[in-house]
Design a protein around this ligand. Structure first.
Ligand code: ATP
Ligand code: MG
Length: 262
């Protein structure tokens, strides 16, 4: 339950409700302190794209879902922020694409792992990898806790969805040969640059759409799914996403000039 009542007609209702979820996640030990800062950075970039799922984000979402459905061992990497914001969609997407859920934390704390596990289980997850009692391996490129990956999860995965990831880890995952899909509102972050598919959208909008697409694309032939992936070019995708932000800002600048002329 939200601690504050946000009026239905409030112009920034969805953004405020999402922020409340992040704060609630923080209070329940799901979200790290730095996670709140990352959320704020996301909010700023969301403003720049007009807080909508762009047509280009929809193209990237389709490519991402096609790739997950084609994968042999897809894995969805779960951190505090994504778990606090869209726990139900994580479980649904995992079920539909046969992708395993693996908890992978930038700031490890046993308490946080337990809180995330609890929230995933409440959302219906039956199997969750990446917990401290699981067999693990290490990614050579990274230091400390962030090296650890589950032996039956990311270690053997061919495709990894890392919604809201840090650039260092994304680069490391690429270095060990993983195909990386991310959802990141900043098309210029290192995560966005290193990933094979970057969905420039808010996870609260993108994840429900991914679930919807997965449900539809489940019936598609391998050839049709393959065509969607091969037609996708992430450099072009990022360039279009950045240009959409520029376009949005130009429109806002024009509006600002009109206000002054009144
Ligand atoms: P990088 O490490 O990739 O260069 P960074 O250091 O700027 O990026 P991090 O804190 O490592 O950022 O990762 C958080 C990323 O997640 C940021 O790019 C931020 O814009 C993005 N982000 C935060 N909240 C959301 C959200 N709700 N939906 C999508 N993206 C988000
Ligand atoms: Mg970072």
């Amino acid at each position: 339950m939200s601690r504050i009542e946000i009026p239905q007609d409030h112009p920034r209702r969805i953004s405020l409700e999402t922020r409340e979820k992040a704060i609630e996640g923080y209070e329940n030990h799901v979200v790290a302190t730095a996670g709140l800062l990352a959320h704020g950075r996301g909010e700023a970039f969301d403003y720049l794209i007009g807080e909508i799922t762009t047509s280009q984000a929809k193209v990237a979402i389709r490519a991402a879902v096609a790739k997950l459905l084609l994968a042999k061992h897809p894995v969805i990497s779960v951190n505090g922020n994504i778990c606090a914001l869209v726990p139900n969609e994580l479980v649904r997407l995992s079920d539909l694409t046969n992708a395993r859920l693996e908890i992978n934390l930038f700031y490890y704390q046993k308490e946080r792992e337990d809180a995330i596990l609890h929230q995933l289980r409440t959302a219906g997850a039956e199997r969750v990898l990446g917990t401290h009692d699981r067999p693990s391996e290490t990614i050579p490129e990274l230091s400390s806790n962030r090296r650890k990956v589950d032996s039956e999860g990311i270690a053997i995965a061919d495709v990894v969805l890392v919604p809201l990831e840090d650039g260092d880890r994304t680069e490391a995952l690429r270095a060990i040969g993983k195909y990386v899909i991310t959802i990141d509102l900043n098309p210029m972050s290192r995560t966005s640059v290193f990933s094979n598919i970057t969905i420039v959208d808010n996870v609260v909008r993108a994840m429900p759409l991914m679930v919807e697409e997965a449900r539809e694309m489940l019936t598609w032939s391998t050839e049709k799914l393959y065509a969607v992936v091969t037609n996708f070019d992430n450099n072009e995708n990022r360039a279009i996403s950045i240009n959409l932000m520029i376009e949005h800002l130009e429109n806002r600048a024009r509006e600002a000039m009109e206000v002054q002329q009144l």
